[in-house]
Design a protein around this ligand. Structure first.
Ligand code: FAD
Length: 401
């Protein structure tokens, strides 16, 4: 009998963890599993701000996918997905190749939402992928080097747009990383300005006021200029234009103002709502019995009005149920309805401070920073066991390109 073919698109949090769960759940020879990702490496998206500020080495953030999977159970294919033909049950790849499937998981993640603001797409630097945050780091180094030649102060002004969790993490990392980079490139750190711009009245506006106050104080102690209740109107290569006639001369705007589903999902011939694939309670794409979707490119309604947020925590919990449901579908068993359990969220503000909530406990300071490390280590443990944690921290793994 022909073995069913399971194809997983995207090796981010959702995709790679589903493939690891399938390795455990499927019997030997029960199905062929192919994992397709556009890069050879998986990256820790929740730590990308560190790549941007140069405060982590590459191997701590990105790791080779073939080292993470069992090659006897999962076939890895490095390729960019361009679309899906639902009628022919085939995935189209860049270069014209296609891959057939019987069961498909679409876990292609997110893209940056620019809200149509002029110049953002062209000139801002996004915290989107390992590559895009490497571009932030290279931009910082370039500006430090050019400052030595022309002494243009705009080169030393770094603006972060968005005061949500990701923006705050980026600000904390810049505050910690820039002094070291300035020393290395012989540029006076006193001349550096780090600026935060947020449209809401405060950073992390969705958090209790004690957490907002704590975060604001930490950022101010880092000498970060805060422009709250201020919208960005335009970005050019030399400046950022804000409301109230404020212009900030800068070469570096780091954009952290929201995400949307990967636009590729629009080319999959499937129903799409706001760039995302609506899924049923079993994580199957609406009206499909053999196509699943999880993570940031999917839309799971937790009640009539509210969808689950695009977080790693959601993608990881979905991966667990999705793997079980793919196997149950192949075996003709009953599927499990997905239920999300929010365990909390913690944002780092550099290495020694963090803010957030775990269970009913509000966290801040050094203990919060410790908890953030524990959360990240738990993910690595899940992904590759204790040996991966050792490799990541003590440097025995290969550096990805
Ligand atoms: P992703 O992890 O984005 O994976 C998608 C994968 O698909 C990637 O490997 C990508 O290369 C691949 N891909 C994309 N397009 C194609 C294509 N055309 N062809 C082939 N492959 C493709 N969430 C939390 O819960 N807690 C946090 O503390 C937290 N912190 C964050 C900090 C930062 C800086 C950022 C940016 C995000 C943070 N998030 C956090 C959100 C979290 O990272 C995302 O929700 C999570 O990555 C979503 O997982 P995913 O599997 O859906 O997508």
């Amino acid at each position: 009998m022909r073995k069913p073919k399971i194809v997983i698109l995207g090796a981010g949090y959702g995709g790679i963890i589903t493939s690891k769960k399938l390795e455990k759940l499927l019997k030997s020879g029960e199905a062929d599993v192919t994992l397709i990702n556009k890069h050879e490496y998986h990256y820790i998206t929740t730590q990308l701000h560190k790549t941007g500020a140069g405060t982590a080495v590459d191997r701590q953030i990105a790791m080779e996918i073939p080292d993470l999977i069992d090659p006897d159970k999962t076939t890895f294919k490095k390729a960019s997905v361009t679309g899906v033909d639902v009628q022919k049950q085939a995935v189209h790849l860049e270069g014209g190749e296609s891959v057939d499937y019987d069961y498909l998981l679409i876990a292609l993640g997110f893209d940056i939402e620019t809200f149509g603001i002029p110049g953002i797409k062209e000139h801002a630097f996004a915290i989107r992928s390992f590559r895009s945050t490497k571009a932030i780091y290279n931009q910082i180094i370039r500006q430090l080097s050019l400052y030595k030649e022309d002494k243009d102060p705009s080169r030393l002004t770094f603006v972060v747009a968005g005061g949500g969790f990701t923006g705050v993490e980026m600000l904390g990392e810049l505050a910690e990383g820039l002094p070291k980079l300035c020393k290395k490139y012989d540029v006076p750190f006193d001349e550096v300005k780090i600026v935060a711009v947020e449209a809401a009245a405060s950073v992390i506006p969705f958090f209790p006021k004690e957490s907002i106050q704590y975060t604001t104080e930490v950022l101010e102690n880092f000498n970060i200029q805060l422009h709250m209740s201020t919208k960005i109107l335009e970005c050019t290569p030399e400046k950022v234009v804000l409301e109230n006639d404020i212009e900030i001369p800068t070469r570096t705007l780091i954009w952290s103002c929201g995400v949307k589903g990967n636009p590729i999902v629009q080319d999959c011939g499937l129903p799409v709502i706001k760039n995302k694939l609506p899924v049923d309670s079993f994580l199957r794409v609406q009206d499909m019995k053999n196509i699943f979707s999880i993570g940031d490119c999917s839309l799971f309604m937790k009640d009539e009005k509210n969808a689950l947020p695009p977080t790693a925590q959601v993608a990881l919990q979905e991966a667990d149920v999705c793997a079980k449901n793919i196997v149950a579908t192949i075996r003709g068993g009953s599927l499990k309805a997905f239920e999300y359990h929010h365990k909390g969220s913690v944002a780092s503000i550099g290495t020694f401070a963090a803010v957030g909530k775990v269970g009913s406990f509000r966290l801040s300071g050094l203990f919060g920073a410790f908890m953030k490390q524990v959360i990240e280590a738990r993910y690595l443990l899940n992904l590759g066991g204790p040996s991966l944690i050792i490799k990541q921290h003590f440097g025995f793994s290969k550096e990805p390109v």
